[in-house]
Write a protein that binds this ligand. Structure first.
Ligand SMILES: [Zn+2]
Length: 65
C-alpha cells in the first residue's frame, strides 16, 4: 500500500490521515495526504480535521478502526 503523502512525500501516514483522505476526497483515491497537506488542500485547519476524525470515529466509520 502506497501510504506516502502525495504533496510533501511524508512516509508512513497514519490510519487517520489515510481514512480522512478517503472520506474527504474519494474513497478510491490513490493520492493520500498527510493531515497538514490535506488541511492546506481543503483550506481548513489541522484542528478542524482532528475534530472531523473524532466525529467520524463516533459515527463508527470503519475507515478509522
Ligand atoms: Zn504532506
Amino acid at each position: 500500500m502506497n501510504n506516502i503523502c502525495c504533496i510533501c512525500q511524508k512516509e508512513k501516514l497514519s490510519k487517520n490521515e489515510i481514512g480522512l483522505t478517503k472520506k474527504l476526497i474519494n474513497v478510491k483515491t490513490k493520492d493520500y495526504y498527510c493531515i497538514k497537506c490535506l488541511a492546506d488542500y481543503l483550506e481548513v485547519t489541522v484542528e478542524e480535521l482532528n475534530d472531523k476524525i473524532e466525529e467520524f470515529k463516533e459515527e463508527g466509520c470503519t475507515l478509522f478502526k
